[in-house]
Design a protein around this ligand. Structure first.
Ligand code: SF4
Ligand code: SF4
Length: 71
C-alpha cells in the first residue's frame, strides 16, 4: 500500500502562509494539481488520506521535494 508523506521541514507552507520567496508567496503546486482535492493549505499542508488516490501528481508538482510516496 503506497502512502503520501509530507516532509514539513521542506514544505514552505507554514503558519498559514508561504515562507519561501520562490513563488511570490502563493506556494502554488501540490494543491492545484491534486485531482481529488485531498490536499489543503490550512495552518500547515494537510492531506485527506480518504480522498488520495496515490496518483503522484503532487510529488512532481512540488519544487521543494516536500512530498514523497512511501511504498
Ligand atoms: S508545493 Fe511543496 S512546498 Fe508548496 S505547499 Fe505543496 S508540498 Fe509544500
Ligand atoms: S497523490 Fe494525487 S490524489 Fe494524492 S494528494 Fe497527491 S495529487 Fe492528490
Amino acid at each position: 500500500m503506497m502512502k503520501i508523506t509530507i516532509d514539513y521541514d521542506k514544505c514552505c507552507w507554514k503558519g498559514g502562509k508561504c515562507v519561501s520567496c520562490c513563488c511570490g508567496g502563493k506556494c502554488e503546486g501540490c494543491v492545484e494539481v491534486c485531482p481529488t482535492g485531498a490536499l489543503e493549505r490550512k495552518d500547515i499542508l494537510t492531506i485527506d488520506e480518504e480522498k488520495c488516490i496515490n496518483c503522484g501528481a503532487c510529488v512532481s508538482a512540488c519544487d521543494h521535494n516536500a512530498i514523497s510516496i512511501v511504498r
